[in-house]
Design a protein around this ligand. Structure first.
Ligand code: ZN
Ligand code: ZN
Length: 372
């Protein structure tokens, strides 16, 4: 990313905040701060906060950081955006410092949705006249529509996790525990191009029927279907997330039938992605296929979630969400069927909505992968 892209984001965030009647955005460490400034700050008890005046509060954005974090902040992309970086000393009150630099009469301030409660309450005390609202109403719409360079960063993340799935036969074998397999996968997630492992789910046999099962000491057996859902974060800060299902030898007959239904549903959904299709309609396209085949009650979660600097962000592909898809939106398409006590399956790709349809960022085969 270039300094220009962050400056552009700051401008767009400020305009969106003004339009929403917000006088200042207060953004603590996390994906919002990284999105706006490129600064991947540590979340600490000490206050780090981007202050972005908007609406009636004229003024330039500034970043307040603990003095000991100032060199790191200045070395980050935030250091070359021309925004002031103020270090505060151990005995200073950083909330009073922020309040003193904002106009007296603020009507409404927006806090990033992930701000720690102790910081939100300290801001309430320091800015007693201002109504507090969530900054997500302003920032999440911007973050959901990826720029071409963000799409490129997500593509690289997708390729990195695909390389891990392509190597699954090296680790997934009967006689090993889920935990042993997961440890090898985690190492490979780093080796293939991430700086952080976000999650490793290895759900073998009946454990595959629990969508958020992580790992256990269960020994993987011949004939088991195994759900492997993995993701990490790249150095650029973008997340990967892909699920494939593996069978160790010949899986049960009914599992093959179930898998064929699931594959049909997931394909129908990824093929259907286009601008203007509503999130709930995309959810229904897969759910209908699964319901018609008799597995409706076993598809127990939404179809997907947005992805970017966080592995779960807007838009959510779920019943009731009227949001129309727009070019640049990136999200998972991950229908699943889970038969309690027996087995489960989920197929997950990240898809970017483009002008002319959906682009799948995960390109490993979606068919059941039979390993010896
Ligand atoms: Zn996943
Ligand atoms: Zn996912």
């Amino acid at each position: 990313m270039t300094a220009g892209s962050w400056t552009d984001r700051l401008d767009r965030a400020r305009a969106a905040a003004s339009a929403a009647g917000i006088d200042a955005l207060l953004v603590s460490p996390g994906a919002d701060l990284r999105y706006l400034t490129g600064y991947d700050a540590h979340p600490l008890e000490r206050l780090t906060c981007l202050v972005l005046p908007a609406g009636n509060a004229a003024g330039e954005p500034f970043l307040v950081v603990p003095a000991l974090e100032k060199p790191a902040a200045e070395a980050s992309p935030a250091g070359s955006l021309g925004i002031g970086i103020t270090g505060w000393d151990e005995t200073d009150d950083p909330y009073a410092l922020v309040a003193a630099r904002l106009p007296r009469a603020l009507t409404r301030v927006a806090l990033d949705n992930r701000m720690w409660a102790e910081k939100a309450l300290a801001f309430r005390a320091a800015l007693p006249g201002a109504e507090q609202v969530l900054a997500g109403q302003v920032l999440y719409g911007l973050r959901a529509r990826k720029t071409p360079e963000e799409a490129e960063a997500l593509r690289r993340a997708g390729q990195a996790i695909d390389r891990v799935h392509s190597r699954m036969g090296e680790w997934l074998r009967p006689g090993r525990t889920e935990r042993e397999v997961a440890r090898d996968i985690a190492d490979a997630i780093i080796a293939e191009g991430h700086v952080r492992v976000d999650f490793v789910i290895v759900g073998s046999g009946p454990n595959g029927a629990s969508p958020h099962h992580e790992v256990s000491d269960r020994v993987v057996e011949a004939g088991d279907p195994v759900v492997v859902d993995i993701g990490g974060t790249t150095e650029e800060g973008y997340c990967s997330d892909s699920t494939r299902v593996y069978a160790l030898g010949e899986p049960p007959e009914e599992f093959l039938r179930l898998y064929e239904v699931l594959l049909r549903a997931q394909r129908a959904q990824t093929d259907a992605v286009r601008p203007g299709l509503r999130a709930h309609e995309l959810d229904a396209i897969g759910r209908d296929v699964i319901t018609e085949a008799g597995y409706g009650p076993y598809f127990i979660h939404r179809t997907g979630h947005g992805i970017g600097l966080e592995s779960h962000e807007e838009p959510y592909i779920v019943a009731g969400n009227q949001l129309p898809l727009e070019p640049g939106m990136a999200f998972s398409v991950e229908p699943g069927i889970y038969l309690p006590g027996r087995y489960g399956a989920r197929i997950e790709d990240i898809v970017i909505c483009a002008e002319d349809g959906g682009e799948r960022l995960n390109r490993t085969g979606r068919e059941l992968v039979v390993l010896p």
